[in-house]
Design a protein around this ligand. Structure first.
Ligand SMILES: CC(C)(COP(=O)(O)OP(=O)(O)OC[C@H]1O[C@@H](n2cnc3c(N)ncnc32)[C@H](O)[C@@H]1O)[C@@H](O)C(=O)NCCC(=O)NCCS
Ligand SMILES: Nc1ncnc2c1ncn2[C@@H]1O[C@H](COP(=O)(O)OP(=O)(O)OP(=O)(O)O)[C@@H](O)[C@H]1O
Length: 201
């Protein structure tokens, strides 16, 4: 089974590109979505104990949690130490299920793939990218997003240029949906060739 790591900085188009892999029949495990699910389930008592006041009506309030951690590196580290192992365990389950099912290619959508040294968990890395202007416009148009929050998240991420340098494939999401879809299809075609040559681990 070929494990593709899909990553990219905030607002670069990971979720949109992940959906394009799904459209091609490739199962995707989404780390952000897993975090959000954990915040309504398994992680609630842990977050409630570690960050009092961030759980509202039995669910983690992400705006409150962001306010507690985003400008406070030790607090963010503490949060990551709780959340990342839970996300990791869920993604390992996903991989086991697909190995057993004989699925040929899967995608792990991991925003912090490089930052958490996840390179060794995947065979090939796809980086989604767009110009800084497009990224900024996309991110600032989201509800609950501010200049400060954007700057704070960006500062915690490996720069886009470095991500591109380390990528096996880059999907440019700045030119529209169809070119990005064509790039996804080209990657899968290329991987098909790699498998035929026996180069997958
Ligand atoms: C800080 C939180 C509460 C903000 O929630 P919010 O709903 O506003 O944003 P969301 O979760 O959709 O994340 C949006 C984007 O922010 C970036 N981001 C999120 N967490 C981090 C982080 N720890 N370091 C750097 N960038 C991050 C990613 O690009 C992500 O795609 C939330 O992101 C969180 O709990 N982060 C800690 C867990 C984590 O590290 N998640 C990242 C992937 S496992
Ligand atoms: N190929 C594309 N062409 C045009 N617009 C795109 C493309 N890819 C993504 N977008 C747009 O960019 C915005 C951000 O995309 P998306 O939510 O997929 O980013 P993301 O990388 O998952 O973000 P985050 O890291 O913050 O979770 C969305 O409004 C989406 O419609």
């Amino acid at each position: 089974m070929i494990i593709l790591g899909l990553t990219g900085s905030i607002g670069m188009g990971k979720s949109t590109t992940a959906q394009m892999f799904r459209d091609e029949g490739v199962p995707v495990h989404d780390s952000d979505e897993t975090v959000h699910r954990l915040y309504a389930g398994k992680a609630v008592p842990l977050i409630d104990a570690a960050f009092p006041g961030t759980v509202v009506d039995g669910v983690v309030d992400r705006t409150r949690l962001a306010a507690a951690v985003l400008n406070n590196p030790p607090e963010l580290k503490r949060l990551e130490a709780i959340i990342h192992p839970l996300v990791r365990a869920e993604s390992e389950n996903f991989l086991d299920t697909h190995r057993k099912a004989g699925t040929p290619v899967v995608v792990l959508d991991i925003p912090l793939l490089f930052e958490t040294h996840g390179e060794d968990r995947v065979h090939k890395i796809v980086v989604v990218s767009a110009s800084p202007d497009i990224q900024r416009e996309r991110v600032l148009s989201r509800p609950n997003m501010t200049e400060d929050k954007f700057a704070s998240i960006l500062a915690k991420q490996l720069p886009d240029a470095e991500k591109r340098r380390r990528a096996d494939y880059v999907v440019d999401t700045g030119a529209g949906l169809e070119p990005a879809r064509a790039a996804v299809q080209a990657i899968l075609k290329d991987l098909g060739k790699a498998t035929a040559l026996g180069t997958s681990r």
